[in-house]
Design a protein. Sequence first.
Length: 168
Amino acid sequence: MSTTERGTPAQSVTADREIVISRIIDAPRELVFEAFTDVRHLSRWWGPEGFTTTTRAFEFRVGGEWDFVLHGPDGTDYQEWITWTEIAPPERIAMLHGETRDDPNAFESVLTFEPDGAATRIEMHTVFPTKEQRDEAVEKYHAIESGRQTLGNLAAYVTGVLLKEVED
């Protein structure tokens, strides 16, 4: 965090457009990172509670795309699209996320994976194009709670499925 000349924290230029969510996952960083890099894992945990994911295309590389549909528990389908803009295994993934490739409302997210003893601290830092889009995501789509649930699903998948596969 930067500070101003008076020693008070300086507010980020994008603070009013940001959502930051983090979680500690009781698994090694490489394993948590792997859950993002392999579609057979990602499609099993991605999304808030009660949602399922159908992947139409997936290529995990800078410039690669993930084209998928989130199926809501109420039967609503949400067209989703992600392109990976930076990949630094096992510490960082940056992406552009929207409904389609040309979505003018697409937002940027950076995921960082930091060791925390034997566990991993994952942080999802999302910046929306405008404050209004961020506010709409929070109010209409419950983005903060949905993000927490998504990271909760990741934690449950990594510790309940992926970690056990590695141990066997």
